[in-house]
Each structure stands twice: as C-alpha cells, then as structure tokens.
Write a protein that binds this ligand. Structure first.
Ligand SMILES: [Cu+2]
Length: 636
C-alpha cells in the first residue's frame, strides 16, 4: 500500500522558513534588455522541514520539472548574450568576445534546482520536460538503481538525451537498505551541470543512526559550487580543440564560488559591456544553543573547497551517504561531487552574534591562470534568538590560523571517518582489475584524458547499457571497461599515473576504500598485499592524486553498467570516463522501458556531441592515442 505525494510547479512548496537569504536584492539582473526570464534562488527550501514524516511506509513521490534557458547572475555578474544556445560546432576562437555571457540552464527557474526529499523505500518519479534547444539527461548521484538501470541518467551510458521539446519520466525505488543520507542530482550530458542543472537530494530512513534531536537540531543544506561565466559546451569545445580554452589546455579556473547559489564577484574585474552588481554575502540565521547539521554538497565542476566557520570547530558525521562517528575539524575539504555533514554548535553563541562561514577554493588544484578569481566565498552566520531580529553589523570574526588552505587536493583523511554502522569489507576477493588514469595528445595536439589509454567520447545515440542489452561486448578501444560476471567481491585498483588530481565517482555501487598508496599498483602486486578491511569508509566519490593509487572493494550484487569517471566535469568531457559492467548476461531490453528506448529513435540531433562515432574515425582516434601518450607534458 502506498500513499502519494507530489510537488508540481503550480503548487510550489511554501517558504516554511526564510532563514537563509541574500541581503542584497541584486540577483535580479539590471542593465540588460533581454526578454528571457531570469532564474531565481529559493533559499527557503534549503532548511529541511522538521515536520517531514520519516517513515518506513513507502510512498510514490512525483516531481514535475521543466528545464529552461534563462539568464541568471548568481554572483552578480551578468551580461549580454553572445551566441545562441543551440549546439554549435567547434569554435575558431573559443574566447572571441570581451563580454561575459551567462545564460543558465535551470530546473523550474531555480538557480540550484528543486530539493528532492524522500524516505528510503519510496519511489521517486521525476517528470522532466526539456525546453532547451539541445538534449539533456539527469543523473541521481549515489542511487543504486536496483531494477531501474535505464534511469541512472548519464548520456551515452544509460540513455539517449531527452530531445528539445521532449519529456521523459525517471522512476526509481530507493530499495538499497542503506540508501539514505545526503545526495544530489545533476545534468549528465557533457559538462552541462555547470550551467545550472543541479540540486539537492536528501533521503531519510527510520534506520538512519543520525537523528534529529540527538545528533542535530537544525538540518541545513549548504551547497558550494564553482561558477563560470561561459556556457559549458563552449568551454568543452575549446578544451577539445588544439587552442584549448582561454589560452590553456588545462581545466579552466572558475570565476567565483557560490554558496547556496549566491556568490560575490569582484565587479571591478568585470569585462566592459557586462552588467555587474556588487552583491553582499549570503546570510544564514541560526538560533543560539543548537546543533546545526550543515549538509555540505559540492556541486562544482572543478574546485576543492575547504569549508569552515570562524571560531567554531565542526563535527563531521557523514561522508557522502555514510554516517560516521563524529570527527572534529577546523576545515572540511570537499572535492567535486562529495558530500559531508558537519555539525555547527551554537552553544557558546548569544543572540546578536555574527561570524563568517568560508568556502575557500584550494587554488593549487587549478592548473590554469587564476584570473580575477577570489578563491574565498563567504556567508554570514547570524545568531538570532526567538522573537529577535538579526544584527546588521559586519562580523569581526577571524579565520582559523591553520595554514592549510593550499597544498594537495586530497580528501579528508579516511581514517578520521569511521562508519557508525560497522561493516567489514570481505577479506577474500574473486578478482582484481585496473583503471589507469593518464593523459595523451591527439595528432592535432589537442588534449585528452585517458583511462586504460582510451579517451571516451560519448555515444549519444548508442548508450553502453543498450549495447550490453543487445549482447555486445563493450570495445575496450572505445571505452575502458571492467566486466564482472555474477556476484563477486572485486577490487578496482585506480592508478593515477600522470596528470592532475581526480575525484573519481562510481555510479550504482558504494566503494569500500581498502587501500591508498604511492606509485602504480599492479594486480599481481595487489595479490600479495593485505588491505584494511576493518570497517573501512564506504563512499561513492574519492580523490586520487597523481603518482598514487587507491584500491576500492565492491560487491557486484546488482546488474548494471556503472559509469566510472572523474567528477571534474572538464576532465570527464575530455575523455576521463570508463565503465564497470556488472552481470551483463542478466541485462536485456526487457529491463528497459519503451519510453527509454524511444529516446534513441529520434536520430542524432546533436552532431557536435558524438565525436568519432564512425568506424574510420574511431580507428583513427585509436591510432592517435597509440602515438600520443608522450607528446603532452603532465602539467594540466
Ligand atoms: Cu579529473
């Protein structure tokens, strides 16, 4: 028996709390005559409602979304459109105009899209209408998709894009027994989530050891994101060309950092002709004497943020969706796509106090020039007692003195993050495989990231899942792939041989992190090593630094084609993408609904997206990759 809940555009949820709001009203663009609608913030949705009923009675939940092109100025900088939004072929000169374009692609008109909140066991139905002039696809980061492989979302892996003007419904049931915690959703075509198609996804459970009233009193979503002023398709086209983007072959440096969709761009650096409003920082209001759970989600495409609150240590209690024993830190380093819950204690604060929350990018993780970036995004936290009004003064709080804002882009130390629900990884493994990450150059000296010496170019109209359903074997010269038949305990050794730090994400399965080390590890050498199987951290996104390796142990108990890729979207879009094929003999078209198959019938509406899909071009690419690996210096 299941009840039904829905949130449709016409019955948008009521602002139950206006506790987080930008003081400045300048997010409405000025200085432009564009008739296109403007994307807005809905910060009131980001404090979770304590009245949400946490239950093990499953419900069907329906969400009605439209994806639209709008203008937006989340960091205050907004300017005149430079080019149409339809997909255009490679540009001659990727940076051809002095003005900064900021068209946004957003869901339901929101900068940082609608919250999905549900209980473990519920069935989520997201009805998506695509109003863009290009295709889109949406991924639900961290979902097991048990029985709904076609709904995972990555374009070229589990589906064809939702065409312009088309509609598609994603349906998936949250059946995994530990499928609860902090997640997010985002577009999964190219790097287009950089353009705004992102939002939080929070799942509760009666079995969650983290409980309101015990571990925390207030549940606040805190999204951090690096923000760019150009459309991602334009950046990717540049990065894939010999000219690179903005004079560099390396992943670009963002223009600003956003906290809950709001940022502060230094207008004195804005290009001529652009409209720029110097914004004030976001403000968050909390009562004294409370434990505030900050669900930090990095929805960015590149930066490692270090999140801190002046003069308040934070207690980390969740890593991705794994509840952990509390670990006290001054700063929470969070790589792209990762999540942490960090508890802020306002027990020593009194009404009227104010201090800064800082989300500071580690600039040493950027290989391209910093430009006008201010790496520090700020929000003001104001302590407000019941019936009182917030102070208006500028905080005088001081940043932690720790000299740890730079340095490597590594994750928060795994050994600090001990899962509350202790699960030992199986000691014996059935098999071991490699993903070797590196870089190469093509013969025209454009630049690609590789896994197992292959750079993946999305097959927009021939998803990997469909190939497997057809009984085909994925071509290892086209996509690096590991095939595991049956339910196995399998180790994946991720060697980062050369290049940059990569926050790798595995779809569908959680990974036990059983080993990290220096240098390259072979499967033979791994067979002779002992790994940490005693309640190791389980997560879905982890960083691997160049010159090091990580060993993750997975249990392949759900059939699927699980994408494995770097979550720096610029690296992913330049080829750093592989797949774990699980129990292929159990995957057939009977598992893929007609509606999902029909998305592939429309023909290729985005010729610029399906690079090298013809056989001769593929062979040429393979040849180039064989030639190329030593042509490019490991500087990106
Ligand atoms: Cu990467």
């Amino acid at each position: 028996m299941s009840a039904s809940a829905s949130s449709s555009p016409s019955s948008a949820s009521s602002p139950s709390s206006a506790a987080a709001s930008p003081r400045s009203t300048s997010s409405t663009p000025s200085g432009t005559s564009s008739a296109r609608p403007t994307a807005t913030l809905r910060p009131q949705d980001l404090r979770l409602d304590p009245k949400f009923v946490i239950t093990d009675v499953p419900q069907d939940r329906h969400f009605y979304w439209t994806v639209d092109e709008m203008i937006g100025a989340p960091d205050g900088c907004e300017s005149l459109p430079r080019r149409s939004s339809s997909f255009e072929p490679l540009l001659d000169s990727p940076r051809s105009s002095p003005t900064v374009e900021r068209t946004m692609w957003v869901v339901n008109g929101q900068i940082e899209g609608p919250l999905i909140e549900a209980n473990q066991g519920d069935t989520i139905n997201v009805h998506v209408k695509n109003n863009l002039a290009t295709g889109t696809a949406i991924h639900w980061h961290g979902m097991a998709q048990n029985g709904s492989l076609w709904a995972d979302g990555p374009n070229g892996v589990s589906q064809c894009p939702i065409p312009p003007g088309g509609s598609f419904t994603y349906t998936f049931t949250l059946t995994r027994e530990d499928q609860y915690g902090s997640y997010w959703w985002h577009a999964h075509r190219g790097a287009t989530y950089a353009d705004g198609i992102t939002g939080p996804l929070i799942i509760h459970s009666v079995n969650d050891p983290l409980k309101r009233g015990e571990d925390y009193d207030i549940d606040q979503i805190l999204m951090v994101r690096d923000h760019y002023h150009e459309m991602s398709d334009t950046v990717v086209a540049g990065l894939r060309s010999p000219q690179g983007w903005d004079g560099s072959l390396a992943a670009p440096t963002p223009k600003s950092g956003l906290i809950n969709g709001h940022g502060v761009y230094n207008c004195s650096a804005a290009p001529l002709g652009s409209a720029c409003t110097q914004q004030a920082p976001l403000e968050l209001e909390f009562p004294p004497n409370k434990l505030v759970r900050l669900r930090i989600i990095n929805m960015g495409t590149h930066a490692l943020f270090k999140v801190s609150v002046d003069e308040h240590a934070l207690l980390v209690i969740e890593a991705d969706d794994t509840p952990t024993h509390a670990a006290g830190v001054h700063r929470v380093p969070i790589n792209a796509a990762q999540r942490y819950s960090a508890v802020l204690n306002t027990g020593s604060d009194t009404s009227g106090d104010s201090f800064y929350l800082r989300a500071q990018m580690n600039t040493q993780c950027f290989a391209a020039a910093l430009g006008e970036l201010d790496p520090q995004a700020l929000a003001i936290i104001r302590i407000v007692g019941e019936g009182e009004s917030p102070s208006t003064e500028t905080p005088s709080s001081k940043d932690w003195g720790d000299d740890d804002l730079l340095g490597s882009c590594v994750d928060l130390d795994d050994s600090l993050l001990v899962p509350r629900i202790a699960i030992d990884a199986p000691v014996d493994v059935d098999g071991r495989s490699l993903f070797n990450s590196s870089i190469t150059a093509t013969s025209d000296l454009s630049f690609r990231w590789t896994l197992n010496n292959v750079s993946f170019d999305a097959f927009t109209y021939n998803p990997l899942l469909f190939q497997v359903a057809r009984g085909q074997t994925l071509d290892p010269a086209v996509i690096a792939n590991i095939v595991v038949d049956g339910v196995q305990v399998h180790d994946i050794i991720i060697n980062n041989i050369a290049g940059a730090d990569h926050p790798f994400h595995l779809h569908l399965l959680k990974m036990f992190i059983v080993g990290r080390g220096e240098g390259v590890l072979t499967t033979e050498a791994a067979a002779g090593l002992t790994f940490n199987t005693t309640n190791p951290l389980r997560r879905d996104t982890l960083n691997v630094s160049p010159g090091t390796h990580v060993v993750v142990r997975v249990i392949t108990d759900i059939p699927g084609v699980a994408a494995f890729h770097c979550h720096i979207a610029w690296h992913q879009a330049a080829g750093l993408f592989g797949a774990l094929v699980i129990q292929p003999s159990r995957i057939s078209f009977a598992d893929i609904p007609q509606e999902a198959q029909a998305l592939c019938d429309a023909g290729n509406i985005m010729p610029g997206e399906s690079y090298n899909t013809t056989e001769p071009a593929r062979l040429m690419m393979r040849k180039r990759l064989e030639l190329g690996s030593s042509l490019f210096p490991p500087s990106a």
